[in-house]
Design a protein around this ligand. Structure first.
Ligand code: DOR
Ligand code: ZN
Length: 444
């Protein structure tokens, strides 16, 4: 007797085949072409010709909880994620207070476990003042609090002001990284190469100015310095939101891994897709780049030099984004990430197998998240159901983030029809079926 059977299409060597996914105790027990006989299952969900894909693992979200919960909180952020097919999220530590030690990690875990509708991990920030031994202990899961999913280092100034400097001081962390096998997620921008902007309140060409003031050379420089500092542990580094051709070239020559974001793939300083009147909506760190940089990131996706895609969901309120060049940096995007990428799949710009690697299996492998990111026997039944023929226009009003806007207004996204998390129906069309607090820490 199986708890649940899903009838739909699964991909085998990028080819859809009709199949049945048998689910028991939240895990996939088998995937078979053979229909179950009646009496062999508790429930059967017939999903027609829709594709059954693994749930998205987004290893880069800023849920703003605690401290900036008017922009987002763990409840709203996790719901927004779920509607975008994300079944596991890693939250970033630049909250107020930051997730920096045992107490702040435990407090954030308490909030998340009480309200999150999806499973989650929490990154811990490392700064100049960090206590190495305490971080080592937390990473080993000692101390009555679930271990951090990974570490985060901000090498350049951005929301939260948690810069680790000089970049060479990353070298202090090599033995912690070696002892624990932890990933250090790196925001790579070298502040010594930033060009200050004069009269920021008068800037008109916001995106070009921002790109010039935090140039690709600052990204490449931070990557080179970080790789040098980490030495033989450079493979512990996961360079986040690599935005430029120079940055990607610098990362390629190392054993580190690379994340890119949907916004650096789909938007640029030439305002492709962005309303010229509201350029500040596209202000983000690292900045949106040129069409040539965007093309280089797509080439990196095709040739394997990009390892993961993360949303870098960084919501700010519209009234904060109404201050021209003085607006805070950050773009919301956890709910639109998979829908926009699936649109690219339907346009044949992205292979569906590559999509699943970048958004599901590689994030799981990179952060050692066991039993997730693939549809295989024994894996958790985190599944999104999509019909690649059914796109719809993205509208900020339809999304579930507290911030209420998107830079992708009017673009077409392919949203999941249903989402299952550990075999439980979480999303069905417009309806949220999962209860707040059902989400679990992946390090439990
Ligand atoms: O633009 C950004 N916004 N870049 C970051 O690194 C942080 C993020 C935020 O938290 O707002
Ligand atoms: Zn970020």
């Amino acid at each position: 007797m199986h708890d649940l059977v899903l009838e739909g299409r699964v991909l085998r060597d990028a080819f859809p085949i009709e199949a049945y996914i048998f689910i028991d105790g939240g895990r996939i027990s088998k995937i078979s072409r053979q229909a179950p006989v009646s009496g062999e299952y508790g429930e059967l969900h017939r999903l027609g010709r829709s594709l059954l894909l693994p749930g998205i693992i987004d290893t880069h979200a800023h849920f703003r909880d605690p401290g900036m919960t008017s922009k987002e909180d763990f409840a709203s952020g996790s719901v927004s994620a779920a509607f975008g097919g994300v079944t596991t999220v890693i939250d970033m530590p630049n909250t107020r207070p930051p997730t920096i030690d045992r107490d702040s990690l435990q407090a954030k875990d308490k909030t998340a476990s009480a309200v999150s509708v999806i499973d989650y991990g929490l990154n811990l920030v490392i700064t100049n003042g960090s206590d190495l031994l305490a971080v080592d202990t937390l990473l080993k899961g000692i101390g009555n609090v679930p271990a951090p999913a990974g570490l985060k280092a901000f090498l350049g100034e951005t929301t939260g002001s948690l810069v680790l400097e000089p970049i060479s001081s990353l070298a202090r962390w090599t033995s912690v990284l070696e002892n624990t096998g932890a990933v250090v997620a790196i925001h790579a921008e070298d502040g010594s190469l930033f060009e200050p902007v004069k009269d920021p309140d008068k800037v008109k060409d916001i995106l070009k100015k921002h790109h010039g003031s935090r140039p690709p050379s600052s990204e490449a420089s931070a990557i080179v310095k970080a790789v040098n500092a980490l030495g033989r542990n450079a493979g512990s580094a996961h360079f986040l939101h690599v935005s430029s051709e120079m940055g990607l070239e610098a990362a390629k020559t190392s054993s580190a891994t690379v994340e890119v974001t949907p916004h650096h793939l789909l938007l640029d300083v030439k305002l492709s897709g962005l309303d010229p009147e509201h350029q500040a909506l596209g202000k983000v760190n690292p900045p949106l780049r040129t069409p040539a940089d965007r093309a280089a990131l797509w080439r990196g996706i095709a040739d394997g030099s990009v390892d993961t895609i993360g949303s870098d969901h960084a919501p700010h309120l519209l009234e904060e984004k109404d201050r021209g060049y003085l607006s805070p940096s950050g773009i919301p995007g956890i709910e639109t990430m998979a829908p926009l990428l699936l649109s690219e799949v339907s346009k044949r710009r992205l292979d569906i197998d590559r999509f699943m690697e970048l958004c599901c299996s590689s994030p799981a492998d990179r952060y050692s998240i066991a039993g997730r990111g693939r549809l295989e026997d024994g894996y958790l039944a985190d599944i999104m159901v999509v019909d690649l023929r059914k796109g719809r226009k993205i509208r900020g009003d339809d999304l579930h983030s507290k911030c209420g806007w998107t830079p992708y207004e009017g673009k077409v996204g392919i949203f999941p029809e249903k989402v299952y998390s550990r075999g439980e129906l979480l999303i069905e069309g417009e309806n949220l079926c999962g209860k707040p607090g059902r989400g679990r820490n992946i390090r439990m």
